[in-house]
Design a binder for this molecule. Structure first.
Ligand code: AKG
Length: 297
């Protein structure tokens, strides 16, 4: 291969001509390359003070792969991980509510539920949740250091939906957190539904209505990663109008989830998450997580 083509392949066609070696054959050998004096390993560095040639130095640490994100779109039961805390399972049911029923339900809930904006606290700072919510249950629900009062005035349509969800899931639910994402700017941050009031290994049934939004999950990193999520497994589940998603087993122990802000236009979306809540354990501050975690909704 000609000297020029070889340089183009190795360094890109913009690579500058290297200084010609002074050896008898005219071949550029490793020993003839200027020494890389860049202290930053694994980077492109200039060879010397006087030359603008550069070479790549192998990083000291092995390069780690980031696992490709998985996408779940088809109806089915998915065991997403098997960890020491058990199996984490998702059950996805697109079309749980047929389109016309979903349209009617969405309009009614949008117009008739008592939506309001909650104020949460992080490191002593107040912030407005980027969505509207309302809560149903005999017990209050505390998360992100703010409490939603008990509310037993279930809208009749919510009771009907609860019955239908209980039937397919085989679980029973005594509480419901409703979220209204007004547009693509509304969101919920990375968190797990792992407050002590939800009990161990909770089943959470999530019914989506309105515009499709992406529900993302990321695996909790092992302890030695010190909270670094760079290399963890990730899953995307686009949740469309009428879809029911069940999160079961160790999902709240071993994974976090979010609905991120979007930069395309999105219409309103309602998400109903049916849960079972228990009185806060004796001596617990309300809203305490079962395990240490720094993430809040
Ligand atoms: O809107 C969703 O799909 C997720 C809601 C959620 O994560 C929650 O209520 O904890």
């Amino acid at each position: 291969m000609s000297d020029k083509r070889q340089r183009a392949r190795v360094q890109g066609s913009w690579a500058k001509q290297l200084p010609k070696p002074s050896g008898p054959t005219g071949v550029v050998t490793k020993n003839c390359q200027p020494k890389n004096t860049n202290p930053n390993p694994g980077s492109w560095g200039f060879g010397s003070q006087t030359s603008n040639a550069f070479e790549f130095q192998q990083p000291n640490k092995p390069v780690r792969d980031v696992p490709p994100e998985k996408v779940l779109e088809q109806a089915g039961d998915y065991e997403i991980s098997h960890g020491p805390s058990g199996v984490s399972r998702l059950r996805l049911m697109p079309g749980f509510l047929p389109p016309e029923e979903a349209d009617w339900t969405f309009s009614k809930l949008l117009a008739e539920l008592p939506w309001s904006q909650k104020t949460n606290y992080r490191q002593g700072e107040a912030y407005e949740e980027p969505r509207l919510t309302c809560w149903y249950g005999e017990l209050p629900y505390t998360y992100s250091r703010s409490t939603m009062a008990a509310n037993t005035e279930w809208h009749p349509l919510l009771l009907t939906l609860r019955g239908a969800v209980e039937q397919v899931s085989g679980s029973s639910f005594n509480s419901l957190l409703c979220n209204l994402y007004r547009d693509g700017h509304d969101s919920i941050g990375w968190h797990s539904d792992d407050e002590a009031s939800l009990g161990e290994k909770p089943t959470i049934a999530s019914l989506s209505l309105g515009d499709t939004r992406v529900f993302s999950l990321r695996k909790q990193p092992p302890m030695e990663e010190n909270g670094d999520y760079t290399h963890v497994e990730r899953i995307r589940v686009p949740l469309s109008h009428g879809t029911l998603l069940l999160m079961e087993g160790a999902t709240q122990d071993d994974w976090q989830h979010q609905v991120a802000k979007e930069y395309h236009d999105r219409g309103p979306r309602i998400n109903l998450t049916f849960r079972t809540t228990y009185p806060e354990p004796e001596g617990h501050r309300p809203g305490t997580k079962l395990r240490f975690t720094t993430k809040q909704k």
